[in-house]
Design a binder for this molecule. Structure first.
Ligand code: 26A
Length: 348
């Protein structure tokens, strides 16, 4: 695979969300029925939460949305603008403009679908335990209105055709499975790399059908330990060991027989698990001191971004994982998915 970085090499698609982030206590989580470490879709009962956060807590507005975070982080590491393209749906409003600005600032070529009436989506991020836990509650709004016709515009078709790598977080399964399949099938036919993320336990539980429709196209699947455990339970795998689950996922039916599936599971401060071709490799992470941790919001997305920045250059997997770990570590030291200007990553 070519090691050169060119414009449009990596294509991402997902929910562009503006994170409304605040530190709170257990009582706040209880009031809205939230778990300390989770990601869910907002229901009616969560509506007042955003208001309470803004009125009573110290909130920060930070660019978010899982796939867009990964694209921004990949761009940060790559340094050369427009190597990544991102599509998703925003409203015609201030939040949408902030998201576009932040993504462009990082160098992402954002090609949003813009909804005329729905507002840009937001995500309540409630941080507890001094940054160790983050509870995400997304109000998708305009993000939920993404439609496949956006991909059919000639200029967007060209962007897809020009990409060699595709990444879509599992969260997008709640919005447009048909768009996911369109991209997945194209990648398969062209023998290009299609990648997804388990993203959250609720997707394996309640979006099983679209998830399993996309699975045969997945060349690389990312996830964390709790998502892997829920996936195993929901698929009746009868496995609890993360390594065994990762190996089993690699064996699920696959369309493109020219590529073996790779499953990559992060486990917080425990080693990263990489399973492929019947083998499992563990890679250590960097353990931060408690006082260095600001919040873990975006850590998983940053891991993917760092990994992809190297993977699309054809670097060996150990370098890709090391870069993923580096990126996640930097993001944990800041509020939300934000990163410093300087890059101190060394491949060896
Ligand atoms: C459909 N859902 C629930 C979501 C999300 C989401 N991004 C897309 N769809 N729920 C949370 N996020 C994003 O995850 C990031 C942290 O990993 C948040 O916006 C946050 O930036």
């Amino acid at each position: 695979m070519s090691g050169t970085l060119r414009e449009g090499l990596l294509f991402g698609m997902g929910n562009p969300l503006l994170d409304i982030l605040a530190h709170a206590d257990e009582k706040f989580l209880k009031r809205y029925g939230l778990k300390p470490n989770d990601a869910i879709l907002a229901e009616e009962k969560h509506r007042p939460m955003y208001h309470e956060m803004i009125e009573t807590l110290h909130v920060q507005y930070i660019a978010g949305g899982a796939t867009q975070n990964s694209m921004r982080v990949a761009q940060w590491i790559i340094g050369k603008p427009n190597v990544t393209t991102f599509m998703g749906c925003v409203g015609d409003d201030k939040f949408g403009k902030i998201l576009a600005e932040k993504a462009k600032e990082a160098g992402v070529n954002v090609q949003y679908q813009i909804h005329k009436t729905e507002a840009t989506g937001t995500c309540g991020v409630v941080i507890t335990e001094n940054g160790a836990n983050r509870s995400l509650c997304a109000n998708l709004a305009a993000a939920n209105c993404f439609s496949k016709d956006h991909l059919e515009k000639p200029e967007n078709r060209t962007l897809i055709k020009n990409a060699d790598f595709f990444y879509i977080s599992g969260f997008f399964l709640t919005v447009s499975p048909e768009s996911i399949l369109e991209v997945a099938k194209y990648a398969c036919e062209a023998n290009k790399v299609f990648m997804m993320n388990l993203s959250a336990p609720f997707l394996s539980q309640f979006f099983k059908e679209p998830m399993m429709q996309a699975m045969p196209y997945v060349d690389i699947l990312f996830g964390n330990e709790s998502e892997a455990a829920t996936f195993s339970k929901e698929q009746n795998l009868g496995l609890t060991s993360v390594k065994e689950i990762a190996l089993k996922i690699c064996e699920f039916p696959k369309e493109n027989k020219l590529r073996s599936r790779m499953t990559i599971i992060t486990q917080g401060s425990n080693p990263v698990i990489v399973a492929c071709d019947g083998k499992v490799t563990e890679y250590p992470v960097i353990n931060l001191k408690n006082e260095e941790i600001i919040d873990t919001n975006g850590a998983g997305d940053a891991f993917v971004g760092g990994f992809l920045a190297k993977y699309i250059q054809g670097k060996p997997i150990d370098v890709c994982v090391k870069c993923g770990v580096y990126a996640a570590t930097e993001i944990i030291k800041q509020s939300g998915c934000q990163f410093p200007q300087e890059i101190t990553f060394k491949e060896n």
